[in-house]
Design a protein around this ligand. Structure first.
Ligand SMILES: [Zn+2]
Ligand SMILES: [Zn+2]
Length: 278
């Protein structure tokens, strides 16, 4: 049934329950393989990222739970690591040296006109204010900046799974309906996914917002392109609450099938494997 999930937050970052509760939910929902991926530390504290002084606890808590439920589920540990700039991103040695099973690379933040860091992974209303007040209403510039961060992260590496590849598209579409049909944006997406394919990353189909916004990240319109480019995919719910671990998964798997995919990547016995979609 492809009941797996590798993008999940808990109390070590901004998740709403402890690690063990997520695992118990996963077991009771029939999941076979599950991973936690707290937001990795940034060079400054935030309400949504882990701090470095919690890393040892995160890893030992993982090992305790993994052992406790070893007969019921395969449990793995990862991190969702931000590309902030060349000094803080998945490629730096501090992250590479951690004993993790996998790493998710994501972009949530940009620098505004004055060089200040701005979180653009926000609601459409807040995003509109940010574009208007901090980027002189220049949506194109914000989009290009976002994807230039993504391109740089792809170049530097240090991660296995690209997190919510085009997440900003939803907020950008709210700002300017029709954006996804604009030729320059379409070409940008073709360049972007081609680069991802050449670099050999897996791409998650992030189903977190499907029931809220009716879209996956990346948007379903790119699924045939991902298939054509031979990009390996998996469905992740990016759950912050245990009851959301399966949110949007059946819909995402059905959408992948419609696009011609017949398998998704799952972690079994410590190795990523292509498993047929049931
Ligand atoms: Zn994220
Ligand atoms: Zn996340």
């Amino acid at each position: 049934m492809n009941l797996t999930n590798y993008h999940s937050h808990c109390l070590y970052c901004d998740g709403r329950a402890d690690m063990e509760t997520f695992v118990r939910f996963a077991i009771s929902n029939g999941f076979t393989s599950y991973g936690v991926s707290s937001h990795a530390p940034l060079p400054f504290p935030t309400p949504w990222t882990m701090e470095w002084d919690r890393m040892d606890d995160y890893l030992s808590e993982f090992h305790r739970i993994k052992e406790k439920y070893v007969d019921q589920i395969e449990f793995y540990v990862g991190l969702e690591i931000d590309y902030l700039d060349d000094n803080s991103n998945p490629s730096i040695s501090r992250f590479r040296e951690l004993p993790l099973d996998y790493r998710i690379g994501s972009v949530h933040m940009l620098r505004n006109e004055w060089g200040n860091i701005v979180d653009v992974d926000v609601s459409p209303e807040v995003f509109r204010k940010i574009v208007d007040e901090q980027f002189s209403r220049d949506l194109d510039r914000v989009i290009r900046l976002y994807y230039s961060q993504q391109f740089r992260m792809l170049e530097l590496g240090g991660f296995d799974i690209l997190g919510h590849a085009d997440k900003m598209h939803y907020n950008s579409m709210c700002y300017r309906p029709g954006l996804l049909d604009e030729p320059w944006y379409e070409n940008l997406m073709i360049d972007y996914f081609s680069k991802i394919a050449r670099s050999g990353y897996m791409v998650e189909i992030n189903s977190k917002a499907y029931h809220l916004y009716g879209t996956f990240f990346p948007n379903e319109r790119y699924f045939p392109l991902l298939k054509e480019l031979g990009i390996p995919v998996m469905v992740n719910s990016d759950a912050h609450m245990p009851e959301k671990i399966n949110a949007g998964r059946p819909e995402a798997l059905a959408a992948l099938k419609r696009a011609g995919f017949d398998s998704v990547m799952e972690l079994h016995e410590g190795k990523w494997q292509a498993v047929p979609i049931n």
